[in-house]
Ligand binder design. Sequence first.
Ligand code: UD1
Length: 368
Amino acid sequence: MGAREPEQVWHIAYFVGTRPEVIRSARTLRALAADPAVRLSVINSRQHYDDNMMDAFFRELHVPAAVANLEVGSAESCLQTMTTAARAAEALLALRPDCLCVFGDTNSSLGAALAAAKTGIPLVHIEAGCRSFDMAMPEETNRRLIDQIAGLLLPVSQASVDNLAAECAPGYVHRVGDPLLDVFRESFFPFAGDREGGLLTLHRAETVDDPARLDELLDQLSMASELNSLEWIFPVHPRTRRALPSDAVSGVVFVDPLPYRDLLTVLSRSRLCVTDSGGLQKEALWAKVPCITIRKSTEWIETISQGANVLCPPGGNLVVAVQRALDGSVPRDFHDPYGSEDASREVIQAVVGWLAAGAQYRVTPSRA
Ligand code: UD1
């Protein structure tokens, strides 16, 4: 006798558009594609479009292919968001899924969320409630707006749950484990030898768009390299590539963007990670590598309270921060505040349970 067909098959659309969304969603998307109770439609804005920023991750992490590629590409932030919204709306009107899932904080996520709200498709926000409280970051605006229109909110930390409560978000809130940790666990191999180098990533507009600021940061990293006999491996994001000085920087090795497993290999061999990325702050904690984040604030406050991560805003004294991170004087706890056994399964169960219950908001807005 063959396997029984499920009584109800839910059509779940899932939106990606940038490198981090593809990585973080990889295992959840594979699990959705394999679930007989789900019909999956992946929609890709292609905000990131180079092979080594997008397609390579579909191949490496065996992500199910998209049914719609929106070819949004690079643009000014507002135009990028609005082009995504218009093209995502066309895709959603053609597909008519039971819900749309978006992840995180990108312009793609916000564009797709607006399209869902305007075409009447129930919206799920994975990694909801994250806040840096820095409204100068485009990601902060994106997150806050998505959280106010999503019907199901899936935060990955208690701080995020508390933020959603404080903002009276109208959706159902269901805390899940971090789907990025599922993908990290499959891809990371601890290094048994002596750690030697440093991992460096910089791509945020406020870090790299001002050439003088970027130059100063690289000067400081070069000095820290000399003082600590440490070489930085720097996989260069395309945005950063355009801003880099043409001369070589002593102590810094520039390489092209790396596949996910290669990046984790460099991380596992590093004494320290310096970054302005969101995800790497958590990956460094999971890899037990101290992290310095080149930002004024972070949404991953648990990494800071554990001493695993320190903030050094652009313009701060990075040489001293590196020195302190390496001299062992900072008490550190690499206990995992985001984990669960199988976050991707938790996400799917929460989404399917919510759809079966009618995909409603938690509160009906009213004057009372
Ligand atoms: C975006 C997300 C950020 C995420 C980051 C990861 C927003 C507001 N920010 O920022 O949350 O952490 O992605 O990378 O959405 N480019 C290429 N080739 C590519 C991809 C991008 O040349 O394959 C260039 C673009 O021309 C642009 C830059 O890289 O200059 C990327 O800019 P943008 O699309 O705004 O994304 P990020 O800055 O990467």
